[in-house]
Design a protein around this ligand. Sequence first.
Ligand SMILES: *[C@@H]1O[C@H](CO)[C@@H](O)[C@H](O)[C@H]1NC(C)=O
Ligand SMILES: *[C@@H]1O[C@H](CO)[C@@H](O)[C@H](O)[C@H]1NC(C)=O
Ligand SMILES: *[C@@H]1O[C@H](CO)[C@@H](O)[C@H](O)[C@H]1NC(C)=O
Ligand SMILES: *[C@@H]1O[C@H](CO)[C@@H](O)[C@H](O)[C@H]1NC(C)=O
Ligand SMILES: *[C@@H]1O[C@H](CO)[C@@H](O)[C@H](O)[C@H]1NC(C)=O
Ligand SMILES: *[C@@H]1O[C@H](CO)[C@@H](O)[C@H](O)[C@H]1NC(C)=O
Length: 424
Amino acid sequence: MSGFNRSVSFKQRAASIGSPRFTRKTWVSLLFCVLIVIGSLVSFFFVIGCGYLYVLPNLSHTFHDHEDRFSNFSGSDDTCDVFDGNWVLDDSYPLYNASECPFVEQGFNCLDNGRMDNDYINWRWKPNNCIIPRVNVQHVLEMLRNKRVVFVGDSMSRTQWESLICLLMTGLEDKNRVYEIDGNKITKQIRFLGVKFSSFNFTIEFYRSVFLVQHYWAPKHVPKRVRSTLKLDKLDDISGEWIDSDILIFNSGQWWVPGKLFGMGCYFQVGNSLKLGMPIDSAFRTTLNTWASWVESRINPKRTRVFFRTFEPSHWRNLTLWQCNVTKFPLLEAGGKDNSPFSDAVFEVVNNMTVPVTVLHITPMSAYRSDAHVGTWSDRPSLSDCSHWCLPGVPDMWNEIVISYLLGSNEPASTSASTGFNNV
Ligand SMILES: *[C@@H]1O[C@H](CO)[C@@H](O)[C@H](O)[C@H]1NC(C)=O
Ligand SMILES: *[C@@H]1O[C@H](CO)[C@@H](O)[C@H](O)[C@H]1NC(C)=O
Ligand SMILES: *[C@@H]1O[C@H](CO)[C@@H](O)[C@H](O)[C@H]1NC(C)=O
Ligand SMILES: *[C@@H]1O[C@H](CO)[C@@H](O)[C@H](O)[C@H]1NC(C)=O
Ligand SMILES: *[C@@H]1O[C@H](CO)[C@@H](O)[C@H](O)[C@H]1NC(C)=O
Ligand SMILES: *[C@@H]1O[C@H](CO)[C@@H](O)[C@H](O)[C@H]1NC(C)=O
């Protein structure tokens, strides 16, 4: 039908060229022609659009971002689960350039390590029932003045530490006034790193404590295979350093695997007794209970805001062979990675505590991001890595959520909601 009309109208138009009589009939067919061309274009884009939506189901939401039917997430709103949502493309991301931030370790700067596809840096987490307000870096810098932010955990914590520093450095004119307190370089084994923002007199610190509890050489008279033990009832001996902080963010989980424990001759101990048969999940729970008692006895909730970040999903194809491939786009389905017994344990323990602790339930949101791991674009390109994350990337979003919680608890939501986004 449309093909027919088009040929007729073309003929008529050809006939009318050079003719002084521009009849009504010609007009109508011209109009038809235009409409058909528009119609074809619309359906062309519709088909393309559907293709995109099939590949990127979340893209559709980018068109609704500025609707006001959501309330801004203020960190205290019970009707809004900030961790229930999806990833949307947003060209205003990333929040910083890793090559311009001296605190991104080379191993996480995927673009600089040769990653060519860069779609992965443009995704933003969008909760279903609320909005994470845009980060206003100046506002956050002011909020942190004279404060101490402390991250405790494994390399995932270090990534989040790096991400927060880089995010905040975008708001500074004089980047030389940000430095590591002891002049140390970031390395994988280092136990303490502290970065001072001297213009604002605050520090962002990282303490490496992969198990959170004490790890010592094995006591005497134990079976030969026991080379070291985790004392599940004693928090890490550097824990004293974590107390006088204003914001305290924990994680643990990645190291609680047989290969990093029993495979290395590391077994569990409670009091003086060795617990050779103790399963890893109950050892993790015991540790969390030790941590919870420590928080309740040592942390002043009037000063310190405590967070615990849940398990960060990895995307290995074959963990035995250490094989994985980083995808170009986020997954459409979380594929079961949105749940983790480690995350469940955190909720169970925190729900039993008297001191308020905010659980950063990043497991489901990160589960989709098989595209955001460092893969072979790390400092060890011969090995693929589908555990760690590129920077900028997923850990930035974890920090944006932390910031929205901090703003929500410190000020009325309307104030935090009115902050703009000025610093990219
Ligand atoms: C990041 O900064 C570096 C150095 O200034 C520059 O070469 C690179 O193009 C920037 N990358 C992006 C993605 O803007
Ligand atoms: C810097 O912050 C610390 C608290 O972290 C405070 O004790 C000290 O007085 C502050 N210094 C200045 C110059 O404000
Ligand atoms: C991983 O590779 C090993 C060795 O080839 C094989 O035995 C195992 O079944 C693989 N696992 C998965 C989940 O494919
Ligand atoms: C993932 O790896 C498998 C096996 O090496 C390969 O067949 C597949 O094409 C890879 N997928 C992507 C998206 O690169
Ligand atoms: C929570 O507290 C209850 C009652 O004190 C106790 O029975 C339960 O084991 C605790 N749960 C966890 C996960 O610690
Ligand atoms: C949410 O915050 C944005 C600015 O960040 C503001 O424009 C918008 O009106 C706020 N929406 C609501 C419902 O408070």
